[in-house]
Write a protein that binds this ligand. Structure first.
Ligand code: GDP
Ligand code: IMO
Ligand code: MG
Length: 426
């Protein structure tokens, strides 16, 4: 199997976890390269649900080494909890199959507090400290894994930064931190995690030289990308394919295929423009049928029709080779399915997507309709040819408009509810 990457092409929660889990069966390593525990990736195996926030979605396979790359921001407490939860359900997790980059930055408790205090800014963040942690990374005030696991360096770094953080917390009206309290808790975490820390870029490049199969797992979605998303209603990292290279430490040309995950409709958690949003009974239908409640915060996800204008942009920005279309089963029962094919601004049709939140708020989606395929989605479909005709027409429309083939169709949350329409491994 060549090296593959799985990226979300909408506003997150497209079903990346499920697809990564499926592809991980044939992978030697799965690498996360950005984001943090703002992500919530769900895997369902034999009706058992596992939600992963930081650990790559390959962890359920013993053969897969899971790597948390340098581009990720790591909350040590969440990571340890995730390791322990997995162990309790019988999954082996050790430094042999989980490796964290020595250059990954730590999410400190003050990052979380600042994130929560600032939420008056109405981004609708997950409150996990992601933005403040990336700010400190770029501002060269961050603490990296390699510093965190060395108690004297960790203490020194904290002494250097805490006063400034406390000033900020005070400014926002929050409670300040004492260095001793942070140290007493975080030194325990660092001792737990120290054996998991490696120069992961070296390991990944060695795997590449050894022709091992690597799967890169994106978090969030392209419309939440710090540069290309609907700024400022975005996350604080680059979610696009360009960041696979810097977030894991590999050179360009090492990835054979970028697989874009597309939900058969659109969802968004948090605030910001959403042209095809449905604030009516159809939106409610999608939310209920699709179980659209955040895997991380439990918030109801905003729901709307599939948006080919935004998807065309996402494909361009990421250089997507193949699409995995998920949650097609959720549309069952609708008489008519709408597909947004253009935006109108006043009387004009916009020639291309814009990531300007202000303009997106004003556009009117132009829809084409296709016929639905009846109430219950047929179970146990193994082959594309067994899909209802109306479903195939819907998929064809997506492929033709986006000039990209749909290679995987997901018809339910479980591993066995997956159709390989094309051979993505060749
Ligand atoms: P991610 O963040 O992209 O990994 O997606 P999430 O896990 O946050 O949200 C996707 C949700 O949809 C999870 O509950 C999955 O179990 C579920 N899911 C994934 N694929 C399908 C599918 O094809 N059909 C249905 N009904 N659910 C799916
Ligand atoms: P996965 O990987 C959906 C959204 C938040 C908020 C914005 C900024 O499961 O697809 P942040 O906490 O990152 O500063 O919040 O980004 N967001 C997500 N929405 N899925 C995610 O991850 C998300 N991660 C962040 O809701 O609007
Ligand atoms: Mg999610």
């Amino acid at each position: 199997m060549p090296n593959l990457a799985v990226l979300g092409l909408q506003w997150g929660d497209e079903g990346k976890g499920k697809i990564v889990d499926i592809l991980a069966e044939r992978s030697d390593a799965v690498v996360r390269f950005q984001g943090g525990n703002n992500a919530g990736h769900t895997i369902v195996v034999n009706s058992k649900k596992t939600i992963l926030h930081l650990i790559p979605s390959g962890i359920l396979y013993e053969n897969s080494v899971c790597i948390i790359g340098n581009g990720v921001v790591v909350n040590p407490q969440t990571l340890i909890e995730e390791i322990e939860t997995l162990r309790k359900s019988g999954i082996k997790v050790s430094p042999a199959n989980l490796k964290i980059s020595s250059n990954a930055h730590i999410i400190m408790p003050y990052h979380i507090r600042i994130d929560l205090l600032r939420e008056s800014s109405k981004i609708g963040t997950t409150g996990r400290g992601i933005g403040p942690a990336y700010e400190d990374k770029i501002g060269r005030r961050g603490i990296r894994m390699c510093e965190f696991i060395n108690p004297s360096t960790f203490k020194q770094r904290l002494e250097e930064f805490l006063e400034e953080k406390n000033m900020l917390i005070k400014f926002y009206g929050g409670e300040e931190f004492s260095i001793d309290i942070i140290l007493s808790e975080y030194l325990k975490y660092s001792q737990f995690l120290k054996d998991y820390v490696f120069d992961t870029h070296q390991i990944i490049n060695q795997y590449i030289s050894d022709k091992k199969n690597i799967l890169f797992e994106g978090a969030q979605g392209i419309l939440l990308d710090i540069d290309h998303g609907t700024y400022p209603f975005v996350t604080s990292s680059n979610t696009c394919s360009g960041n696979i290279y810097s977030g894991s430490g590999i050179g360009s040309g090492k990835i054979k295929k970028i697989i874009g995950i597309v939900k058969a409709y659109t969802t968004r958690v948090g605030n910001g423009a959403f042209p095809t949003e449905l604030e009516d009974s159809t939106g409610e239908f999608l939310r209920t049928q699709g179980g659209e409640f955040g895997s991380t915060t439990g918030r109801p996800r905003r729901c709307g029709w599939i948006d080919l204008v935004a998807l065309k942009y996402a494909i361009d920005i990421n250089g997507v080779d193949d699409i995995a279309l998920t949650k097609i089963d959720v549309l069952s029962g609708l008489d008519e399915i709408k597909i947004c094919t253009a935006y109108k601004l006043g009387n004009e049709i916009l020639p291309y997507f814009t990531n300007s939140n202000e303009i997106l708020k004003k556009v009117t989606p132009v829809y084409q309709s296709v016929k639905g395929w009846g109430v219950a989605f047929p179970k146990d479909i193994k082959d594309y040819s067994q899909l209802p005709n109306e479903t195939k027409i819907f998929i064809k429309k997506i492929e033709e408009s986006l000039k990209t083939k749909v290679s995987i169709v997901s018809t339910g949350p479980s591993r066995d509810e997956t159709i390989f329409k094309e051979n993505i491994w060749e």
